[in-house]
Structure formats: C-alpha cells, structure tokens
Design a protein around this ligand. Structure first.
Ligand code: SF4
Length: 364
C-alpha cells in the first residue's frame, strides 16, 4: 500500500521528507502541488527527476477515483460518485452559482445518525474518511473546474488562481456523513485546505453542517471561529425532531438554540439553521409559527430546503406554494429566510442517492 501524502499536515509531510533523506523545503513544494490539484508527479517540475521517481514508487497522489458522474442538463450541477482504495463509495456535488463554484463534500463513508429521510444513513457507517479522502473530493472537482468545465451559469466569477484559471470558491461539508462524528480528520483537512502554503482557501469560504453534536459544535467554535457553522434542525419541536432524526435528537432544541446564541455572541457571526421541508411532516403553518416563535428576534438565518425525495423512504417534497407560504410566515416575524434553489433535480441529487443506488446494485 502506497503512502497517502494528502492525509498528512505540512508538519507531518516535513517529517516524512526528512525521513527519506530529503530537505524540509521539499515538503512545502509537494504540499503546494498536491493541495492545488497536481494529477501526476511529472507536473511537479521543481522536483528532481530522481525524487519524482522515488515518490512515484512510494506514495499515491490521489486517494479517490471517479466511479461515476452525472451532469444536470438543467443547471450544470455535477454529481461525483467516488470510490476509495478499499472499495467504498462517497459523493460530492459541484454546483455553479452566478458568482462561481461551490462544492459539497462528504466526511464519512455512510453515517450512523440514522435520519429517516436520508439516503446516506440508510446503510449505516462503514468508516470515517481520512483527511486525504476528504481533500480529494474538492481537489478532483477543482481539476475539472480548472480544465474549463461549466461556466454556463457563471456571470461574475470571483475566485481564480494565479494564472487566471477558475477555482472553487466555497466548500460545504454537508455530503455523506456527520462531520463532527469524524472531528479530527475533518479538522486536519480544513487545516490543510486553509494553509497559506497549500491551497490557502479563506476560512469564511468554508461551511460545516452538523445535525447538532454539541461537543463537536463547541470544539469547532473554538478551533475555527471564522468559518461558517450550520445546524440541521428540520423540526420546530423535539417531538417531530426525534421522530425524523432519532440519533441527532440527543440534544433538545432549546439547548441547540441556546448554543446558537452563544455562538453568535462569541464569534460575531450569524448562525444558520437548515430546515428541510417534508410534506405532511414539518411543513404546516403551525410548524412555521412554532419555529418562528423559537427563533425570532435573535439574528438567526433559516435556510429552507424543499426535500429532494429519496425513493422508498416515504418522504415527499411539499408543493412550491406551501414552501413559499412557510417562508413567508418566518419572514413576517423578522427572520432572515432563504429557500435553497433546487439544483440537479434531474440527476438523483438527494444526498447519498447515487451511493445508495450503487450499494443496492441498482446504479449504472
Ligand atoms: S442527514 Fe446527515 S446526519 Fe442525518 S443520516 Fe444523513 S448524513 Fe447522517
């Protein structure tokens, strides 16, 4: 098995290069190449040919390979199914907005939170992803971006590399898995992606989404206060939340909202709640009013997500008028509310769906 260099921080990479008899600055060179998407040792032209050959024999460049991909004919959204070296599948979604590219990546192969509406939790947790496997999702997507994929829907591209080529502007850790159930590896990845000697992504360009693991949220507030934290609430009260998010409900809604207040005070950042709308479950006017009653007047942001139904799970999306009515009831109470634009509706874009199809043998 070859060494996975992308699993290492710059400090660990430096130790690795010293251990093979190289100067420490070699680690910085290779780190920069890897984090900026080099696909082969030959691209690393500032390394000697001899070192490139030795690295080729001992170390792997990529931790993942693309097993499948679907491209939306409607909005250009790309859904990647990646395979790990030990045959597990995970997903990432590359989206185009008018201002540039955003990628949603996975933190675990599977998930043990067991949310009833979610394809990702359906098969349980296989294992945590390594920092390199988490990184490779954006790295491989960014290669496509750099090679000129898309741009159809982008009118004001904000993020470019030194040579003027497009880059991914935002990373969202919201794919398969619960990021704070794999805290150390997610943080190692975030350290690498924000390292000025590597990819140098701004901390404000990162969003981590959790179902509400309190210990992880507290550590994250201390470790990376400049990044965005988003909490999947999906219910106006504990009774509904326990029904649809059994493992995630260990912490009650009052405690979660109390933390959100503390987070805003401590970091000076607006706290976001995600609220997926499921027809007949949490989308009534009474639910909207109850939610508004809990959140109003505290400077929170609510992002409504019309559910992307997963076949066989029994959850349906409400009609657009019902989504709009729900949003309106929050807005009149002064809550900043957005409704997520439906992206990739023609390519099984619900989280974990491609992976689930592959595991069940129904995929392409
Ligand atoms: S919604 Fe998130 S936390 Fe819940 S099962 Fe799916 S991946 Fe896990």
């Amino acid at each position: 098995m070859k060494t996975a260099l992308k699993d290492m921080t710059l400090e660990e990479l430096t130790e690795f290069f010293v251990s093979i008899g190289e100067k420490p600055y070699r680690a910085r060179q290779v780190f920069r190449w890897l984090m900026n998407g080099a696909a082969s040792w030959d691209e690393m032209t500032d390394l000697s040919l001899d070192l490139r050959k030795r690295l080729d024999a001992a170390a792997a460049i990529d931790c993942l390979r693309i097993a499948d991909m679907a491209v939306s004919g409607i909005d250009g959204t790309r859904k990647y199914l990646f395979e790990t070296a030990d045959g597990l599948y995970i997903e990432a979604v590359l989206m185009e907005y008018y201002y540039g590219y955003s990628v949603c990546i996975s933190s675990q192969a599977g998930c043990r939170m067991g949310c009833r509406f979610c394809a990702s939790g359906r098969h349980g947790l296989a294992r945590n992803l390594t920092p390199g496997e988490i990184a490779d999702q954006y790295i491989i997507c960014e290669r496509d971006v750099r090679a000129g994929f898309g741009k159809t829907h982008i009118t004001h591209l904000k993020h470019r590399d030194d040579e003027g080529r497009p880059r991914i502007g935002h990373i969202v850790v919201m794919g398969v898995g619960e990021p704070f159930d794999n805290y150390d590896n997610v943080m190692a990845f975030l350290k690498n992606v924000t390292d000025p000697q590597g990819r140098n992504l701004g901390r404000r360009q990162i969003t981590v989404s959790t179902c509400g693991l309190m210990e992880g949220m507290r550590r994250f507030m201390d470790d990376l206060p400049q990044a965005n934290l988003s909490l999947s609430l999906h219910a106006p009260n504990d009774e509904v939340r326990r029904r649809i998010m059994p493992a995630a409900s260990a912490c009650g809604i009052d405690e979660l909202i109390g933390f959100a207040r503390e987070y805003s005070r401590t970091t000076g950042r607006r706290f976001s709640f995600e609220y997926a709308l499921f027809s007949g479950v949490n989308d009534s006017g009474a639910c909207a009013d109850e939610l508004a009653g809990r959140l109003a007047g505290q400077g929170f942001h609510v992002n409504l997500i019309p559910a992307n139904p997963v076949p066989g799970l029994g959850f349906e999306a409400p009609p657009p008028a019902r989504v709009a009515a729900f949003a309106e009831r929050l807005i009149v109470r002064g809550i900043r509310t957005t409704t997520r634009r439906e992206l990739g509706s023609d390519i099984a874009a619900a989280c974990g769906q491609l992976r689930s199809e592959r595991i069940l043998g129904g995929g392409p």
